[in-house]
Design a protein around this ligand. Structure first.
Ligand code: PHB
Ligand code: FE
Length: 344
């Protein structure tokens, strides 16, 4: 690494943006990518990320399936709120318009030795580079959104085709609520959303809605359990109700949240079915602060000064409630708001 030949190639997804990429490796068939001082390389089992530090290059290695699941979330969520840690070493911080990419910045041994590296990029450049990595590194048959049991082992091995349909899943953004006229659709067999193998016991009836004449476009309700039972992805919140900055983002979970999320605001969790164990760490150092197991009906607020990762032993339903107010990060950073939402 560091001596590879890269050339600028026009992005297939971002107009006017050039991505730095190598020729395919002769042995594995995968291309390498460069973004500023960072380089990304994959082999049959691992992703390697390297960066300049103290006149040499540091490198970090991750299982390639974990790396692809993480970078897929970063892309799908537009870098999300705050920090998206791919693991304890590498990740991004959203500056809303620009994005920081870091290696070792929040991993004390590297940080204290001065071996960490952070660079800031315009969002379209890092987005185009991450999408190009996914397009090249995701093999046919591997779906980074699926639970491991549903997608098999096609992620490993030398390059074998691609799965652009899985990584380009386009979600119709919800304006108010799915199923309202002109809004995102509800899920059904007819539009390809079948009940997931672990949710066959979920009732599929819809509520009866009887609006007064003239209010047909205003009054609406749908069966959220049915909607979620038909989610074809894991760990991918989708907006199902919008009220100003209040976003209801329920999701279905199985296996491990592929990123460690560092919050820049408070977010609320309601466990709707089954259970998830959360590991909560200090945002800066990663020191363990709490481990909490949420069972159906449990409610928790994740504070604004932590990072957290969830473990869901079987497919479960989680209601994530986000406050999208853009003023929040600086209110928490300046201490104007306490990092937790209630005092007991
Ligand atoms: C979170 O970081 O709060 C989060 C992200 C994705 C999920 C659930 C929770 O699926
Ligand atoms: Fe979070």
């Amino acid at each position: 690494m560091g001596d590879m030949n890269f050339k600028a190639v026009l992005s297939k997804t971002q107009p006017q943006v050039e991505v730095m990429t190598s020729e395919p490796d002769r042995a594995t068939g995968y291309r390498s990518f460069r973004l500023g001082g960072f380089e990304f390389q994959r082999d049959e089992y691992f992703a390697r990320i390297s960066w300049p530090a103290k006149g040499t290059r540091m490198s970090h290695v991750m299982p390639v399936d974990a790396f692809l699941r993480a970078i897929m979330r970063d892309v799908a969520w537009g870098f999300f709120y705050g920090w998206v840690n791919f693991d304890h070493v590498v990740g991004t911080k959203n500056l809303y318009g620009r994005v920081e990419l870091f290696g070792g910045r929040y991993f004390a041994p590297m940080k204290s030795a001065g071996l960490d590296h952070t660079e800031t990029f315009e969002s379209p450049l890092i987005m185009a580079t991450f999408k190009a990595i996914l397009a090249d590194w995701v093999n046919a048959g591997f779906d980074p959104f699926a639970a491991p049991e549903e997608t098999g082992k096609t992620v490993y091995g030398p390059k074998n085709g691609d799965n652009l349909a899985a990584i380009d899943r386009y979600r119709v953004p919800t304006k108010r609520m799915p199923g309202l006229p002109g809004d995102s659709p509800l899920r059904s067999d007819a539009n390809g959303f079948k009940v997931n193998r672990q949710f066959t016991d979920v009732p599929q009836d819809e509520p009866e809605v009887k609006p007064e004449p003239g209010f047909e476009k205003e009054l609406h309700a749908f069966n959220l359990f049915k909607y979620l039972s038909r989610s074809d992805v894991t760990w991918n919140p989708s907006v199902t109700a919008v009220c100003n900055a209040s976003l209801a983002c329920p999701t279905t979970e199985e296996y491990i949240l592929p990123i460690v999320h560092g919050n820049d605001r408070v977010e609320w969790f309601v466990q709707m079915s089954d259970e998830i164990t959360w590991e909560v760490q200090d945002k800066e150092t990663g020191a363990l602060r709490a481990r909490i197991t949420m069972k159906a009906g449990d409610v928790a607020a994740m504070p604004a000064d932590i990072r957290h990762q969830g473990f869901s032993p079987k497919r479960s339903m989680l209601f994530v409630w986000e406050n999208a107010n853009p003023e929040l990060p600086k209110l928490y950073e300046s201490g104007k708001l306490k990092p937790y939402p209630v005092e007991f």
